[in-house]
Ligand binder design. Sequence first.
Ligand SMILES: Cc1cc2nc3c(=O)[nH]c(=O)nc-3n(C[C@H](O)[C@H](O)[C@H](O)COP(=O)(O)OP(=O)(O)OC[C@H]3O[C@@H](n4cnc5c(N)ncnc54)[C@H](O)[C@@H]3O)c2cc1C
Length: 383
Amino acid sequence: MDFAAAADVARTTEHVLAGFDDDYWRTHCQDRKHPAELWQALARADLLGLGLPTDYGGVGGGVTHAAALVEATARFGRPLFSLLTTYICGELLLRHGDDKQRARYLPGIAAGECRFAFAITEPDAGTNSFAIRTTARDDGVEGLSLAGHKCYISGVDQADVVVVVARTTPRSDVDDRRQGMALLLVDPQAPGVSMTPMSIEMPAPERQFDVWFDDVRLDHGCVVGEPGRGFDYLFTVLNPERLLTAATQVGIGRRALDLGVRRARERAPFGVPVGSYQAIQHPLAHAHAQLEAAWLMTMHGCAEYDAGRSAGTEANVAKLLAAEASQHAFDAAVQTHGGAAFDDDAGLTALWPLVRMGRIGPVSNEMVLNHLAEHALGLPKSY
Ligand SMILES: Cc1cc2nc3c(=O)[nH]c(=O)nc-3n(C[C@H](O)[C@H](O)[C@H](O)COP(=O)(O)OP(=O)(O)OC[C@H]3O[C@@H](n4cnc5c(N)ncnc54)[C@H](O)[C@@H]3O)c2cc1C
């Protein structure tokens, strides 16, 4: 595990973030505006080129380095959904895109000029991605026609490209439910794409959207890899996505813990700091231990993935532990604050949606446990 490299990335990230104060961040979250100056500063520090080869303007490294980046942004109170989706879509193109697609998009990612959104969730399918109804029909001559409805799509209004998961062959015509799906590179401003913001409170610059595709015309160059194999490709990047989600949750949990410890040192209703009582110390210390263990597992999973292994079990364990650890850290911080936790100025109310989201998306802890039961323990598939 390359802890030193991860620590270097974290230090550089902290240095960049220190240039953008709370007001800058709050304004962009309130206005749901892309923090362009911050994004450019991350690019100038080579942090957006992590995981990309130098041939494409990147600086090399892998998911280990990207995890350090997203952990630091979350710990600093600057979580960005688009950092994670852009990294994962870059990884997808690196692994499965053609030369033209790589040359078109990857240098832009590294330079901070190309951001991605990712669209798989649909109102009726939800967790069951195999049941999606969005279709991409090939007319045999000019290209494809995309039609369907996605929901919860983060930052699609600010993205340059959205990777859309769609069916190319009806479910009834394929033997395996994984077949007959495509990953499509779509311009969110293309004719036929419309979007409406959902009413979701998240302390982040990106909003979530309902997105409709109404006969969106796409040429064949928009398809990643072979048209029917989209799910195979997607499965190769689910583990790094889970690892980056775990890293984000560790960062959010550490932020909550920092706030809790600070309050524990300062607040003294009986003349001594509340942090001197074991009833307050122990939950904080316990949360610290859980966050450290989750981070270690995240780094272990990243090292496995960067060494060319799938890291399925490691990524799922890390995601589960990190989501639980951040929730425990948050709860300990709230209890330490007492009533003050509910004052927005304490910084905890803003963290709550981010903490709780960690157990739901991009994959829920129930699905993570399903995966571990089936693949790590060899138990029968339960659904
Ligand atoms: C803030 C936010 C941002 C998001 N960003 C994006 C995005 O950018 N792109 C995108 O495509 N999606 C996005 N999503 C969607 C997110 O990935 C889904 O909400 C998540 O995958 C869960 O799906 P669902 O909400 O449909 O839950 P449902 O499928 O309705 O599930 C409900 C509950 O049942 C449980 N459950 C379902 N099936 C099983 C089973 N077989 N075994 C055990 N338990 C089960 C689930 O774990 C869950 O707890 C976002 C969501 C939010 C809230």
